[in-house]
Design a protein around this ligand. Structure first.
Ligand code: ZN
Ligand code: ZN
Length: 446
């Protein structure tokens, strides 16, 4: 019987990939070059599950809360975090291959199920320690806090990833490179990441005995909480056993309030991604003496002079249960506009990743610039900034130029004309908004 394929994998494989249910037989390869890009192949399955969660959210009165502003910000962070891949192989894999080539102690066979399972455990434990350090060292937290900055908890939160995290995570997998071939590692590092997608949901409550062994939505909800009992808990990737073994496990009890202890209250993607670095820099300069300066960098984000390494849990803001996520009102028409523009952008972005090997450097650079400008402009619109109209007008003009010269093509040719008309009307609308704002400003000055 013919098997249905979506994005080069059978539906069965696509679904099993997301739950780490692949077998050694179907996912063992001799060389790194043969290893499929599982994460890219999984995109349609991500989208499918996100849609399912949205539909179930509508149907259930106590279903998950999904807001367009937060949703787009999470997806924007995910998009931004994958852009460096256009110019380089992931640091995790490059560093791993380097150590394997130069320092390996033994060569486990790539086609043995034992090697496969050892890599499964090794990658998962490596992830546990990376994740724990990412919360316990302020300099690593600067990158990882991006993932925790949403005050909602749904599947889109899983995609809210940091651009800079990849510069530290690679180090934690290197012990494996002393014996496990890179092709086996390249499979498991992807499966580990993919597994962590589905656990970002409030729809799955309790999985019974599985809660003992696996990282589940319930355990990971605790990890995303800012209630005192949630802080620095449940670092697991796939197996929760590491938290149980190393003393960082906490079961879900009180209703979890999600997000950072001090919410950032913005949807501007550059702020979400990089805000913590200038803050860290400022704290570094303000700290007195070299010992305090080093502590600011290498102790926990909650540390202050005279406090324990990870800070004092009594210092974090109390949870009242009345906390409301940052969600300024904006018109339904503007929400629809931003959503449509974002979906159009998503199409360009997908094509860019898909065609990266056949695009010229200039074209890839131009489209990357367009994606970044778009994420910025849509973030300005969501944040309702004063200069949002000017930036969006410029962006619409740029889209028209890119369409004109064939750099942007719609998913379906039939949509070309309606999209062009939509962008033209948007450009006129934003121009009028700019004129209007200028007149108002002049009136005020007079
Ligand atoms: Zn975390
Ligand atoms: Zn998470």
């Amino acid at each position: 019987m013919a098997q249905v394929q979506v994005n080069n994998v059978t539906v069965s494989q696509g679904v099993r990939m997301l739950f780490s249910l692949m077998t050694p037989n179907e996912s063992s390869f001799a060389t790194v070059q043969e290893v499929p890009k599982y994460v890219n192949q999984a995109t349609p399955y991500f989208s499918g599950l996100i849609l399912l969660e949205i539909v179930l959210g509508w149907l259930k009165t106590d279903g998950p809360r999904i807001k367009i502003n937060d949703f787009i910000t999470s997806l924007s962070a995910g998009m931004m975090s994958r852009l460096p891949q256009l110019v380089m192989r992931s640091l995790e894999l490059s560093a791993y291959i380097y150590v394997w080539n130069n320092f390996r102690l033994l060569e486990l066979p790539w086609d043995s199920a034992w090697t496969w399972w050892l890599a499964f455990l090794g990658v998962d434990m490596g992830y546990y320690w990376f994740h724990r350090f990412a919360h316990e060292l302020n300099i690593l937290w600067a990158a990882h806090q991006v993932h925790h900055s949403s005050e909602y908890y749904n599947l889109s939160t899983a995609l809210r990833q940091s651009v800079t995290q990849q510069f530290s995570s690679w180090a934690f997998y290197l012990p494996l490179a002393l014996m496990v071939p890179p092709s086996v590692f390249a499979v498991h590092v992807q499966f580990n990441l993919l597994y962590q997608f589905w656990i970002h949901t409030e729809l799955v409550k309790d999985l019974g005995p599985l809660e003992w062994i696996l990282n589940t939505p319930s355990h990971h909800r605790v990890h995303h909480g800012r209630n005192p009992y949630c802080i620095d808990k449940n670092y697991a990737g796939i197996l929760i056993i590491w938290d149980r073994m190393f003393g960082t496990f906490a079961p879900e009890s009180d209703k979890v309030v999600y997000g950072l202890t001090h919410p950032i209250s913005t949807f501007q993607i550059w702020t979400v991604e990089f805000l913590y670095y200038p803050y860290l820099w400022q704290r570094f300069w303000e700290a007195e003496g070299i010992s305090n300066k080093l502590s600011v960098i290498f102790k926990g984000p909650g540390w202050t002079p005279g406090k324990p390494r990870l800070g004092d849990i009594a210092d974090i803001p109390q949870i009242t249960g009345e906390e409301m996520p940052h969600d300024p009102t904006w018109s339904p028409a503007m929400q629809a506009y931003v959503l449509v523009q974002f979906l159009l952008l998503l199409d360009v972005y997908n094509n860019l990743l898909k065609d990266q090997t056949i695009l010229s450097e200039m074209t890839a650079l131009l489209l990357t610039g367009y994606v970044l400008l778009s994420l910025t402009s849509l973030g300005f619109l969501i944040d309702q900034r004063a200069n949002a109209a000017e930036m969006e007008m410029l962006r619409c003009v740029l889209i028209m130029a890119l369409q004109q010269f064939g750099y942007i093509k719609p998913l379906v040719p039939l949509l070309a004309f309606p999209i062009e008309a939509f962008v033209l009307i948007a450009a006129v609308y934003w121009s009028l908004q700019c004129v209007n704002q200028r007149i108002n400003r002049m009136k005020k000055q007079n």
